[in-house]
Design a protein around this ligand. Sequence first.
Ligand code: AVJ
Length: 320
Amino acid sequence: MDTSLARPSHAAPAWHESFSNSLIAGLGKTPKEIACKYFYDEAGSHLFERICQLPEYYQTRTETSLLFRHADEIARLIGDDVEIVEFGAGSLRKVRILLDAVANIRAYTPLDISGDYLTNVVQVLAANYPALFLRPLIADFTGPLELAPLPGNPRRIGFFPGSTIGNFKPAAAVALLGRMRASLEGGGLLIGVDLAKDPARLHAAYNDSTGVTARFNKNLLVRANRELGADFDLDAFAHYAPYNPVEHRIEMYLVSLKRQRVTLCGKHFDFVADEPVHTEDSHKYTIESFREMAVRAGFNPRAVWTDEERLFSVHWLETR
Ligand code: AVJ
C-alpha cells in the first residue's frame, strides 16, 4: 500500500482562522461565544464518539440504521463511477455503508478540521479498503470548497451525515448548502438531518446522565488551557443545554458559576456570576422545512428516508 495517499494534506490554509483569534473575538462579544467547530480537537473528537454511543443520543444509531436499511436504493440514486466527498468526516464509520454499496467508487475525499484525528482514522480505512483511492483533506468546510478535479471528472457526490447542518442558523445553512451545491458540479448530496420532536427527548440527548456532553462542552476550556495557556477553572463553569422551542434548536452554553476573571494570550476577560458563553446551536427541522431550505439553496430534493418514530431523516438532494 502506498501510504502517501493516506496522509491528509491541508486544503487552502489561507482561510484558517486560528483558535486563539476566534476565542479572543468571541469572548469580547456580548453575549460571549465560542465557535462550535473548535470542539473537535483530538480529545473532542473522541468525546463526540462517546456521545454517539450514549443511550440518550438517538441520532447516530438512527441515521446509521437508515443508511443500512436503504443502502441499495441510495446506491442506485448515487450511480457508479463517482467521487464521494464527505464534509466533516469524523470517524469515517458511516461512509463504509456507502463504500460497501456503491459500485466503482473512483475516490473518497474526507474533509475534517481535526488533522491528527483524520490521519488516524484514514489509516484504518485504508487498511480495510486497500483498493480505494483516498484523498483526505484537513479542511474547514465553512471555508472555500474548491476541490481539484480528478482525472476523468467522475460525478461528485457530497455526503454530509450527522445533522452537522443543524449547527448553522437557517440563513447560514442555506448559504453553506449553496456552496456545497456549487462544489458538487452536477452531482448530488446525501445529508442527514435531525427532526423536531418532544422537547424532553431532545433535552435528554444533550443532557446525558453520565455527563459526557458536559465534558465535550467543557473541552473547549480544556483546549484553551492547554493550547493557549488560558487559566479557565473548569469547576467554575456549568454545562447548560436547553431546547428553544421557538427557534427549534438546542442551545448550548457554558455558564460562569461566579464572578471571575480569565486570562489568555495576555488578555483579561471578566465574567459576572451566571454569565453564559454560547458554544453551540443544534437546529431541528421537519422533513418539509428542511426540503424547503434545500430548494432555497438551489437543490432539487428527491428521496427522503425516516424511521418509524420520525426521529431522524436522510435526504437525497440533486443539483439539477
Ligand atoms: C455533530 C453537530 C450533529 O448537534 O447533535 C452533540 C454535536 N453537541 N452533543 C449535535 C453535539 C452536543 C452534534 N453535531
